[in-house]
Design a protein around this ligand. Structure first.
Ligand SMILES: [Zn+2]
Length: 291
């Protein structure tokens, strides 16, 4: 079973006419105003999955500032997952701008059957304490539920690109400390966060953290796989392509070139994700007053 744990799909209206949405949302403008930045249709994703031998894919939208756009995007992801049963696993986007709307949307989506949250992201400026506070209150009801939260984390050094912010790693650690019972997937190898799991207290705080490989070929040499395996072992690494940014086969080529042992590849390409998603109790959300 091969599972791509990180892809993006936006409603066709957005994919076909991105300009009005770029005017409405500054982060979307930053990432997608350039028409070279790819947006995919669900049929394209499925075709790529079939070609590259991917059985299932987590589908994420975009973390719009406007809660109404998150809602429309989530409805679209849900429809896709229903249209292609067993192939697409929807994660819900939430706007951290409005806590009340975010909480409502979280509850609505989990009750509907979404299996995770994300990709949540801050693509602009520096992460303020206020942002951490909001995220903490929004995600607290997920404590102990095993519902994974996919969080965009970028590396603190290296080349610049749209959406790369400063202070990402520090904020990530703060979140782990304030939400010790929430399961996270840190995207993009957690911006290198796993390296700090060599520190005992960070390893303890990160016990529920998974790392995905999204955008790895654009960021790191393939030896990052061996390094991550030495530090955190094979169980918390998830293959994620960030499709349509990079197709799955490019990751598979890198894993074969490293080379990674077949049993490790099996884990990274699907087994780890399979057991992570199986942890989900599937009984909807426990309300805040119950936790
Ligand atoms: Zn990301």
């Amino acid at each position: 079973m091969i599972i791509d744990a990180h892809t993006h799909l936006l409603p066709e209206e957005v994919a076909d006419h991105r300009a009005p949405f770029a005017r409405r949302d500054a982060a979307f403008r930053l990432l997608y105003e350039d028409v070279q930045a790819r947006l995919a249709k669900v049929e394209d994703l499925l075709k790529t999955m079939d070609r590259d031998g991917v059985n299932q894919a987590v589908i994420c939208g975009f973390p719009w500032q406007d809660p109404a756009l998150c809602r429309v995007g989530n409805d679209f992801l849900w429809e896709c997952s229903v249209r292609y049963p067993g192939r697409l696993l929807p994660f819900a986007s939430l706007s951290p701008r409005s806590l009340r709307a975010g909480e409502k949307e979280l509850e609505r989506c989990l009750n509907r059957g979404f299996i995770g949250i994300g990709e949540l992201a801050f693509y602009q400026g520096a992460l303020a304490d206020r942002d951490i506070f909001r995220l903490t209150s929004l995600l607290k009801p997920l404590s102990g539920k095993g519902v994974p939260v996919l969080l965009h984390v970028n590396e603190p050094v290296g080349h610049e690109y749209p959406g790369k912010i400063k202070g990402s790693l520090h904020a990530t650690y703060q979140l782990l400390q304030t939400l010790p019972e929430v399961t996270f997937i840190f995207a993009h190898w957690g911006g290198g966060f796993f390296f700090y799991e060599l520190m005992r207290e960070v390893a303890d705080a990160a016990a529920r953290v998974y790392y995905d490989t999204a955008a790895s070929p654009f960021l790191y040499r393939p030896s990052i796989y061996s390094l991550a395996l030495r530090i955190i072992g094979p169980q918390r690494i998830l293959f994620g392509s960030d499709y349509p940014l990079i197709p799955p086969q490019r990751y598979f080529r890198e894993m074969a070139e490293v080379p990674l042992p077949a049993r490790v590849q099996t884990r990274i390409k699907g087994l780890n994700a399979q057991s992570l998603f199986a942890q989900k109790p599937g009984s909807g959300l426990v309300r805040k007053d119950q936790v």
